[in-house]
Ligand binder design. Structure first.
Ligand SMILES: Cc1cc2nc3c(=O)[nH]c(=O)nc-3n(C[C@H](O)[C@H](O)[C@H](O)COP(=O)(O)OP(=O)(O)OC[C@H]3O[C@@H](n4cnc5c(N)ncnc54)[C@H](O)[C@@H]3O)c2cc1C
Length: 462
């Protein structure tokens, strides 16, 4: 089982692999959201373009078919890049980003893709220790400085939060309306089907071995193309030279059995809201369309960026997620966990998004989603399509766009063992910080000291 989501779409037939050489206008490596959205918007703009997608396994096999289903109208790291812009331009960018869930909803309605999309916003709850309230207020102050309004981010007090979500001991939450939840594998499979109907060729079980300007090769065949789009995110660690720019890390999820209506009345989440308990363990949850609680948290890093092909959680990984989930909802102590899985995602060296077009070598790619790519890939698809078609649009004028730049314009990660040491040390420290803060008897000096150390370690990584 790849994930609960992929299990629910296992009735989709597997497509044939590439059995011959091919000449196309655009070849895309990888059938996750980046590849699929790029193909979609290219086809919308110029239906006569010939496009082929080569997928190593199956559509949605990567992070796109395994994630928490938060479709965010936010882009990690974007604010740092937007800060130097004039206010008017910054507000236009905010609008572009916030509109992502609505754009996805428009495409799904237009193309009749059913992916359980519900736009209920997101609740970053402060429930487990007092520092969470302080941190949320710091974030809100920063959002104000960045010209976001109360319509974008606001504090909900305990009573207001309870109307949406009853999380144990929650003192309030940071709320934003610009997030929807989806069943991500349904979106990936649905998009792929639409693309095929429009003439895009998709080959599954077709791993690309090498790629270069104008050509990609598999074990037996080659595809010549005007443009090459490597859209492999964390799997770049297996596809040189992408491995230099991506730190492939893991995130892991558990899902309960479908819960009773009575249980849901004790929790809430009746509008498709996404939620988090807003600690540095980066937890994320949603109520699935079939009434399960789906709950994930950040995972680890393997030496050398080795991916986790297996999706089974160790006892320890399972225990962390169970602990966090039951801290938030003690009433779930005896429910059955029917699914648990993990996946690979990529961190860029500066934690900033990038959408890059090397016009000389006709290569276009995007990334830097930092575990928040479900929405960002839609904007990336639109942007890469405009870049490939050499259009000057609001998409291509954003500060994360590197137009006419080679791949080497991206900052590289330090070599091993530095990556491993830093990531491991940070992860261990974050787990320790969580323990100290969750123990309300920990002295103030200790709470401050561990949090400061975590800030410093996170600073090295970003
Ligand atoms: C557990 C987990 C939870 C997450 N939760 C969220 C969330 O709730 N919200 C959010 O916004 N983001 C979330 N993310 C991140 C988000 O899922 C990703 O950023 C996004 O799906 C990336 O899409 P992608 O198309 O770029 O990459 P992927 O979906 O990983 O697709 C890459 C594809 O390329 C294929 N491929 C790799 N190598 C080759 C090759 N050599 N030849 C051919 N094909 C190849 C892979 O098989 C794969 O299908 C989560 C990620 C994980 C792992």
């Amino acid at each position: 089982m790849i994930s609960l989501w992929m299990e629910q779409v296992s009735h989709y037939p597997v497509r044939p692999s590439l059995q011959h050489d091919l000449d196309v206008d655009v070849v895309i490596i990888g059938a996750g959201f980046t590849g699929l959205w790029t193909a979609y918007y290219l086809n919308q703009a110029q239906p006569e373009l010939s496009i082929a997608i080569l997928e190593a396994k199956q559509v949605g096999y990567g992070a796109s078919g395994r994630n928490g289903g938060w479709l965010m109208g936010e882009i990690a790291g974007a604010d740092d890049l937007l800060r130097p812009l004039a206010k008017e331009d910054r507000l236009a960018s905010h609008h572009l980003i916030h509109d992502i869930p609505d754009e996805v909803a428009r495409v799904c309605a237009h193309e009749n893709i059913q992916c359980d999309l519900r736009k209920g916003g997101v609740l970053y709850c402060a429930s487990r220790y007092p520092e969470q309230v302080e941190n949320i207020h710091k974030q809100l102050a920063q959002h104000k400085q960045d010209d976001y309004s109360d319509d974008d981010f606001r504090w909900l007090n305990e009573t207001q939060l309870q109307q949406q979500l009853k999380m144990d001991k929650a003192k309030g939450a940071l709320y934003s309306p610009h997030v929807a939840t989806i069943q991500p594998a349904k979106l990936a499979k649905g998009l792929a089907q639409v693309l095929e109907q429009k003439g895009v060729q998709i080959f599954e079980n077709t791993p690309v071995k090498t790629w270069q300007s104008g050509q990609v090769t598999t074990a037996e065949h080659s595809v010549n193309a005007q443009w090459v789009v490597p859209a492999v995110e964390a799997y770049g660690s297996l596809l040189k030279p992408m491995d230099k720019y991506q730190l492939a890390v893991h995130s892991m999820i558990i899902a309960t059995e479908p819960l009773s209506e009575e249980m849901w009345q004790s929790i809430g989440l009746d509008k498709g809201q996404a939620f988090s308990e807003s600690s540095r363990l980066v937890s994320y949850g949603q109520r699935s369309a079939d009434n399960r609680l789906v709950f994930g948290a950040r995972g680890g890093y393997n030496f050398g960026g080795r991916l986790r092909p297996d999706v089974t959680l160790t006892e320890k990984e399972m225990a962390v997620r169970l602990y966090l989930m039951q801290e938030c909802f003690p009433q779930l102590k005896d429910v059955k966990i029917t699914h648990a899985w993990g996946g690979n995602l990529a961190l860029p060296r500066r934690f900033h998004p990038h959408m890059l077009c090397d016009r000389k070598n006709r290569i276009a790619l995007s990334g830097g989603y930092v575990g928040e790519g479900v929405g960002a890939t839609n904007l990336a698809g639109r942007t890469l399509a405009d870049l490939i078609l050499n259009k000057d649009t609001l998409h291509t004028r954003q500060p994360w766009v590197l137009n006419n730049k080679p791949l080497s314009a991206l900052r590289q990660w330090e070599p091993e063992p530095l990556r491993w040491i830093t990531y491991k040390a940070t992860n261990l420290m974050l787990i320790y910080e969580d323990k100290v803060l969750a123990d309300l008897s920990s002295p103030k000096w200790k709470r401050k000291l561990v949090s400061k150390l975590c800030d410093i370690l996170e600073g090295f990584l970003s």
